[in-house]
Structures are given as C-alpha cells and as structure tokens.
Design a protein around this ligand. Structure first.
Ligand code: NAP
Length: 249
C-alpha cells in the first residue's frame, strides 16, 4: 500500500466487477477509503475481501443507480462514516445492443436510465458535500464509442455522448468551487461486458486497435487515479480516450 491518496474518501459505483473493481482496488492500494456500490452486497464481497487483505478501509453499499435515493444514501453514509466525499467514480453501466430497426424503446430507455441518468444522480449527490469542502474530483466513465459511434449501440453511444457533454458542463459550473469533472472513455476492455462478444467480432475489434491488444481494467484504473490524485488537479472538463489507439481509425 502506498500513501498517495491517504485518507481520501472515494465513491465508486459498479465496484463488484471489471473496471469498477480494478479502480476500487487501485484506490485502496494507494491509501484511499472506498465506498463501493453494486446491485447487491454479496456481489461486493470479493472486492471487499481484497481491500481488507491489503489493510484498507471500505464501505459496501447495495442499490440500483437509476434510483436517485441510492446515490443520496451512499453519500450520506460516507458523510456519516468519514465526514465527507473527496471523489466520485461514476462507473456502473450496462449494454443492451441491437440494430436500430430492432431496438425497442424499452431497450433504449434502460441504457439511458442506467448509463446517463444513473451517473447524473451520483454527480448531483456528491456536489453538495464537495461544494462545502471547496474541493472534489469526479470521473465519469464514458466510452470511446460515445465519440465515434458504433453499429448496434445507438442507445449506449447516445448515453455515453451525453455523459461527455454533462461532464464538460458540470466542469464549467463547478470549477470555481475547486471541483474537477472529467471523463475517462475506455476502448475495448476485457470484462464481463465485452466477454459476451462472439470470438469473430472480438478478433475483428482487436485488428482495429493500434496497440494490437484489448485493454485490461487496470489500464483504466491508472488514468482514473491520476485524475483523482495530486497530479490531476489542473485537469477538468476533459474526455480522456484510453483505447490503445482504437479511435485513430
Ligand atoms: P461490467 O463488468 O459489466 O460491470 C458492471 C458493473 O456495474 C457491475 O459492478 C454492476 O454491478 C454495476 N451495475 C450495472 N448496473 C447497475 C445498476 N443499475 N445499479 C448498480 N450497479 C450496477 O462492466 P465493465 O466492462 O467493467 O464497465 C464499467 C464501465 O465502463 C461501464 O460504464 C461501461 O459502459 C464502461 N466501458 C466499458 C468498456 C469495456 O470494453 N468493458 C468500454 C468502454 C466503456 P453488479 O455486479 O451488482 O451487477
């Protein structure tokens, strides 16, 4: 464990698996206290055990991010347990792919409700304590396809593109209060989300990546910590593509 983020208090949504789990572990590894959220407490057991093993402190929370009350409850729990919130990583997200002609309004709505509205609820909930502290760091996990588009993902790309705009606007509103808001936009990362892709589609995707390999969740955790940590204090309103060169075409 290093001391880079000693006693900093971070909230990470979707910390049970994939990118969110890697971010939570990385923050704890660098001395932070981490409030972790997933749909059930059982899903957070593995991440919690790993943080305990490294001597870290965490607060597990269960809930659905589409409910604003979930975000409020997590922030209130952090304020009660630790006295405030230094940073948010709004990471939890889903896909529900289909070609435009076959996509149902429900499929579109669910992805927007989760990926965009869910992140909005958490961004809004942390703003009050951060304004009081006159300091705070927010990272929203977007996606490279929010800038490039992707066939079969009109719902997901719409939500992620909107998330990028939300971050820029919030950065403008909150900068004078010492709060930074940025997006980390991953490319093709090996998690449960991309694990569902057929092997042929996976190989086709890899051929488009300049670095010639899919990313690991840890590739996203490092840049996220940079934006949350002491070196990232003068960066705000940015969308950082972390995609191994996928977006270069
Ligand atoms: P993942 O492995 O499928 O994990 C998703 C996480 O989100 C889980 O912890 C899940 O909790 C949580 N979650 C989903 N819906 C939720 C809800 N309604 N309420 C609370 N928690 C919820 O996904 P991932 O690949 O790590 O993706 C994480 C983020 O990165 C997402 O925003 C995704 O869009 C983005 N991203 C991923 C890739 C990629 O290639 N993987 C690329 C670009 C962007 P449970 O375990 O409880 O279900």
């Amino acid at each position: 464990m290093t001391k880079e983020l000693k006693d900093q208090r971070f909230l990470v949504t979707g910390a049970s698996r994939g990118i969110g789990k890697a971010i939570a572990l990385d923050l704890a590894q660098h001395g932070a206290k981490v409030c972790m959220l997933a749909t059930s407490l059982g899903n957070l057991e593995e991440t919690g055990a790993a943080i305990s093993a490294m001597g870290g402190e965490f607060l597990p929370m269960a809930g659905d991010i589409t409910d604003p009350a979930t975000a409020q409850a997590a922030v209130s729990a952090m304020v009660e347990a630790w006295g405030g919130v230094d940073g948010l990583v709004a990471n939890a997200g889903i896909t529900s792919d289909n070609l435009l002609l076959r996509m149902t309004p429900e499929q579109f709505q669910k992805v927007v409700d989760t990926n965009l509205n869910g992140s909005f609820h958490f961004l809004k909930a942390v703003t009050k304590p951060m304004m009081r502290q006159k300091a705070g760091r927010v990272v929203l996990i977007g996606s490279v396809v929010g800038t490039t588009g992707n066939p079969g993902q009109v719902n997901y790309c719409a939500a992620k593109a909107a998330l990028h705009g939300m971050a820029r606007s919030a950065a403008l509103e909150l900068g004078s209060r010492g709060i930074t808001v940025n997006v980390v936009a991953p490319g093709f990362i090996q998690t449960d989300m991309t694990g569902e892709l057929p092997e042929q589609a996976r190989q086709a995707m890899i051929t488009k990546i300049a670095l010639g390999r899919p990313g690991n969740p840890e590739d996203i955790a490092g840049i996220t910590r940079f934006l949350l940590g002491p070196s990232g204090g003068y960066v705000t309103g940015q969308v950082m593509l972390v995609d191994g060169g996928l977006s270069l075409g």
